[in-house]
Design a protein around this ligand. Sequence first.
Ligand code: FAD
Length: 412
Amino acid sequence: MTHDVLIIGGGLAGLCCGLELHKAGAGFLLLEACDSVGGRIRTDTVSGFQLDRGFQVFLTSYPEAKRTLDYEALQLRAFLPGALIRHGGRFHSIADPWRRPFAAARSVCSPIGSLADKLRVARLRSRVLQGTVEDRFREPETTTARALQDFGFSPSIIDRFFRPFLGGIFLDPQLQTSSRMFEFVFRMFSLGRACLPAGGMEAIPRQLAARLPPGSIRLAARATRVQAGSVTLESGEQLRARAVVVATDGKVATRLLGQATASGGQSVTCLYFSAPRPPIEQPILVLNGDREGPVNNLCVPTRVAASYGPGDASLVSTTVLGVTDDSDRLLSEVRRQMREWFGQEVMEWHHLRTYRIPYALPRLFPPALEPPRRPVRWQPGLYVCGDHRDNASIQGAMVSGRRAAEAVLDDL
Ligand SMILES: Cc1cc2nc3c(=O)[nH]c(=O)nc-3n(C[C@H](O)[C@H](O)[C@H](O)COP(=O)(O)OP(=O)(O)OC[C@H]3O[C@@H](n4cnc5c(N)ncnc54)[C@H](O)[C@@H]3O)c2cc1C
């Protein structure tokens, strides 16, 4: 049997590609290697807790998500804008640097940033809100670290706020990631809220998958060889199609297409604990402003969405940038750091699970976003999508999937 289109990979990009094809009436079969769709957005249930496979948030301002997802059905629960910053043995609150930089000015104790920094945040905000999202990706490209310096930010606000905050988003503590990504993220935080769906992050791909026609997704179907017009599965089975879309992450796409599609990846480790009491009361992100200890950022997902826990205990999510082979040692270092931050009550925390993610995001060091969008047409009959085609985010993955579908539909 020859399909119209075969899509390899059921992450956001592959699912969005399938959705656009379906809307246009084109037949397709989506082949997913794992036991479920979602790719890098999966959620496990462990002892009554919902554990996202690596801490991540959904930003309501992503334009592609707005046009595609049903937010109400996702039952989004928002973080407080701003952050608690651990610095010098205390927590400092930064209210809402994205929307109300002057409120942030009042709330931030001087060790985090100067008044001049708050004025710069306000100036930067008005700049990133001009024009369209695409305009942010047309700005001259440098590293985020250089862009912050060039903008005049003080070393203290860079080290105590921007580095842990953006480093936690880009999984890049040196902030070598493209300044275009920084401007995009700043804009998204200024226009929307960071949220968790009540059903865990995996509710996002699940919602997309539910809109695809019955029988259009085949799980446990790993592609090992791809050509224009055919796909060979691990089992040896060969499938034929008029068009093939490779919607895997950049590393696998490089292997399947035999040519580099992305320049390496960023890694991260996420350790989850259950705690009898929440270490912080607010649904807010906690950042390490000291650059000491492995944990870059922390939150209590059950404070954001109660459905993340069984009701009688809190879920604590800690994020460590990078991966290590010595997970026992990492766990004891994380525990030690958490005791310094929250005291003896940490002794009562129970380690639930550690997620070690060697390839979490495609690396976007300049000139990775020049051009900001990479072509989705690989060769006649063969297409590629995924966050490595646009940018390392839910928005980037979703847009790339739609772009690939549009290209296929134009060519069929
Ligand atoms: C820990 C972490 C934190 C993140 N934080 C955020 C955040 O806060 N905000 C944000 O916007 N984004 C965040 N992201 C990024 C976002 O999750 C990704 O950009 C997006 O999910 C990528 O989707 P994708 O479809 O491009 O790729 P993937 O999700 O990687 O999907 C690829 C799919 O292809 C399948 N596949 C691979 N090989 C084969 C094969 N040979 N045959 C068949 N199928 C195959 C895989 O199983 C997978 O399902 C984060 C990612 C991680 C991992």
